[in-house]
Design a protein around this ligand. Structure first.
Ligand SMILES: Cc1ncc(COP(=O)(O)O)c(C=O)c1O
Length: 456
């Protein structure tokens, strides 16, 4: 009989070993935290050490950052632990095939459940990649080809994408050109492409009077209309997130998004929505579905465990020959996703199809926001926190400035709670959607303790 070894028996298992070994190849994990995937479960990350509480402080930490909003079902979820799925994952991991060129049974098995749960009646075609930025660029490329066919001038030099003043779409050159985030390291001093121009798109302020919001939106919509009119045939399309993710978990109103869509249609642009941060977290597959808008192309990543682009039915009707609809087209990549991601996503989608976690995430999100609001309204909270907001399991709260935010994030880690920042001065909560009521209560308890410790 062969003896089975658990990876924890032979993996480097201390903060020092893990970081030391990673440093051998000239890399440093940015947060300085190391963890053991095998010993983590649910929303509990088994941390081997971190730079805040002492480097060797091994313990379970409640992970409300969900690997920067990219974790769908949490650590070691039972849907991925069965013998069948484990064997398939191992088989798929042996070689990374050129899945864009050759059909594998792994993608073949993913197809039906992906169609049923993600594409449904709304989307006709898809393409997979690994990273979000790559998928954003692919969507822009598709939009560019299609729009070029509509107009007589050469868009290569003169075409323009419009995008909100703030947004995050990734770190490759076009994605970076579309990006403007609080974290200047991500784009400062990088060359940007001329084909991107920015327009003001108001998000909902804290306790903002609807009349005031409407007035700000009308002004912005007027300016966008003027901008699109001036661009005329040079307008390729509009790229945006359905809410600002890295930019601070700020939300647009449904009315604004609908009016914006009307303008995009009026000027015949291509409408791309980047759902990389938002998919699956708000009780729906995609957040924009809640706003009753129909983009042409939707980009996904993070919680899918891979990235990709979907074309809507409307887009395929308008451009039946678009690159995703042709077996041989100019959009592709060698791996076109990953067989391991195919198996993992299939198992996760099959689980979502038979469980109510996605619907439950709406109520759990309210519980989280109500709790944050309660802390914000407490005596210490009133001094330190403002603007609790969110949708489903994407929530955020503001502090006064970036420095206070760093201190609060560290205080959370001292209280065994992992959170990350977004925007200029926000803290976000973006856990896996399998989080439980108990874990939310624990999160609120630890967050409150961290706030109090800072106020003391
Ligand atoms: C909305 C959005 N688009 C694109 C990206 C880039 O994804 P990736 O880092 O996988 O390239 C991100 C990453 O945070 C994102 O939030």
């Amino acid at each position: 009989m062969t003896k089975s070894y658990s990876p924890v028996d032979y993996y480097p298992s201390s903060q020092e070993q893990v970081i030391g070994n990673i440093e051998l190849i000239g890399q440093t994990p940015e947060a300085g935290i190391t963890f053991s995937p095998e010993q983590s479960f649910g929303c509990m990350m088994y941390v081997l050490g971190d730079p805040v509480t002492g480097r060797h402080n091994k313990r379970h930490v409640l992970d409300m950052a969900g690997h920067v909003a990219s974790m769908l079902l949490g650590y070691n979820h039972p849907a991925l632990m069965s013998e069948d799925v484990s064997n398939e994952l191992a088989l798929a991991a042996r070689c990374r095939f050129a899945s864009g060129d050759f059909g594998t049974p792994f993608r073949g098995m993913l197809g039906p459940v992906f169609q049923r749960t993600v594409m449904r009646n709304y989307y006709t075609h898809s393409i997979f990649f690994t990273e979000g930025a790559r998928a954003v660029e692919c969507a822009c490329k598709i939009g560019f080809y299609c729009r070029q066919d509509d107009v007589s001038l050469n868009l290569e030099k003169e075409g323009r994408w419009l995008t909100p003043q703030t947004g995050f779409h990734g770190r490759s050159v076009l994605a970076l050109s579309l990006t403007k985030s609080y974290d200047l390291r991500k784009h400062h001093n990088m060359p940007v492409m001329d084909c991107v121009e920015r327009v003001a798109c108001p998000t909902i302020g804290e306790r903002e009077n609807p009349e005031d919001l409407r007035a700000r939106e009308d002004e912005a919509l007027y300016d966008i209309d003027q901008k699109m009119k001036a661009l005329g045939e040079r307008f390729i399309g509009f790229v945006m997130e359905p809410m600002l993710g890295e930019g601070g978990y700020q939300f647009y109103s449904a009315r604004f998004l609908q009016e914006l869509e009307s303008l995009i249609r009026k000027y015949r642009g291509i409408f791309i929505i980047d759902e990389i941060q938002t998919a699956f977290a708000c009780g729906r597959v995609f957040l924009h579905e809640a706003y009753d808008v129909t983009p042409d192309l939707v980009v996904f990543g993070k919680k899918f465990g891979m990235s990709g682009v979907l074309s809507t039915e409307q887009f395929t009707q308008n451009y039946p020959w678009h690159p995703l609809a042709k077996p041989e087209s100019r959009v592709s990549s060698t791996w076109s996703g990953d067989p391991v991601a195919d198996v993992r996503l299939r198992a996760m989608l099959e689980f979502l199809e038979t469980s109510k976690v996605m619907q439950l995430s709406i109520g759990l999100g309210s519980l989280l926001r109500d709790g944050l609001e309660r802390i914000r309204n407490s005596e210490v909270g009133r001094r330190m926190l403002s603007h609790v907001r969110g949708d489903g399991l994407l929530a955020a709260v503001d502090v006064s400035d970036a420095q206070t935010r760093s201190k609060l994030i560290n205080a959370c880690l001292e209280n065994d709670l992992l959170v990350v920042g977004c925007g200029f001065r926000s803290i976000r909560f973006c856990p896996p959607i399998t989080i439980t009521q108990k874990e939310i209560a624990l999160c609120l308890e630890r967050f409150e303790r961290a706030v109090r410790s800072l106020a003391a």
